[in-house]
Design a protein around this ligand. Structure first.
Ligand code: MN
Length: 288
């Protein structure tokens, strides 16, 4: 693994707001925490949703997400622990395992299932929804599975390890890059007493979600299972994260689309008319 010293920033962004998330269930009864809810879609544009799932009780996850449609955005599933098989209406199939990522562009429409393939043990991970710009909402569907070994990773001299799922960090390019929204998605392990910095444009919306331990950003502490929304401080050139104790977190950032967001369940379009069209197309079997 490459050793790369992190950038020295002029000014770090701070935490604008802490978010606890809402316990809910989705699919066929999968228990999860919805961290990024509909209320935050404007603030965190281009991100539409973040679900955190984590349980060692199979009853909380075993039924998975049977056949369901999507249109108008991308889903990014990051599996920290566990195995999930996905199948879609175009005949594609894949297995997502420990440390792997599935990136799916629903575009004009897919119907797929996401079903755990384990009967015991811990299932832990995230699903992030990333919006598509209006001119790409009806693009051809696309997906790719990235096994853990295909996710670029680096370590800093202090021992911070960073997995670069999307975008780039300290000169390391991630598994996926996207024009329009320019997403950055990092999984960061910050050992106790160390710190980490990465560059982010101040106009890009960004948040961290801590899933182990606790960190500080500026004066604010972000505890385990909390999201910290990073302020868009003019002139701040990135974020510095310090760990009080061994901490693991994801950092997500992207360029806002500043387009109308109209969501109806698994369809996210720009207008109500486009939602009616999505329902019509789905009900008439026009999804691939
Ligand atoms: Mn899905």
């Amino acid at each position: 693994m490459n050793t790369i010293p992190p950038v020295a920033l002029k000014q770090s962004r701070g935490i604008e707001r802490l978010i606890e998330g809402v316990a809910t269930s989705d699919g066929a009864g999968v228990k999860l925490t919805r961290v990024l809810t509909g209320k935050l879609q404007q603030r965190l544009d281009p991100f539409l949703m973040l679900d955190a799932f984590g349980s060692d009780d199979p009853d909380d996850y075993i039924a998975g997400f049977p056949d369901h449609p999507h249109r108008g955005f991308e889903t990014v599933t990051y599996m920290l622990s566990g195995r999930m098989r996905h199948r879609d209406s175009a005949g594609h199939e894949g297995l997502l395992e420990n440390g792997g990522v599935q990136w799916m562009t629903a575009g004009r429409g897919v119907i797929h299932s996401e079903i755990p393939e384990q009967e015991d043990g811990v299932m832990e991970g995230f699903q992030l929804w990333l919006n598509l710009p209006s001119q790409r909402k009806m693009a051809e569907p696309w997906y790719r599975d990235f096994p853990a070994g295909d996710i670029p990773e680096y370590v800093t001299p202090q021992g911070v390890t960073v997995r670069v799922i999307a975008g780039s960090s300290n000169g390391v390019a991630g598994a996926v890059t996207r024009e329009f929204t320019e997403p950055v998605y990092l999984d960061i392990h910050v050992p106790a007493g160390t710190e980490f910095s990465t560059v982010l444009p101040d106009s890009h919306n960004a948040f961290i979600y801590v899933y182990r331990g606790a960190v500080t950003v500026g004066d604010a502490q972000v505890a385990s299972r909390r999201m910290g929304i990073l302020g868009n401080t003019p002139g701040a050139d990135g974020v510095t994260i310090k760990a009080l104790e061994d901490a693991r977190l994801i950092l997500v950032a992207g360029k806002p689309l500043r387009e109308p967001i109209v969501q109806y369940g698994p369809f996210v379009m720009n207008t109500q008319q486009e939602i009616h069209q999505a329902l019509h197309d789905y009900n008439n079997g026009l999804f691939a």
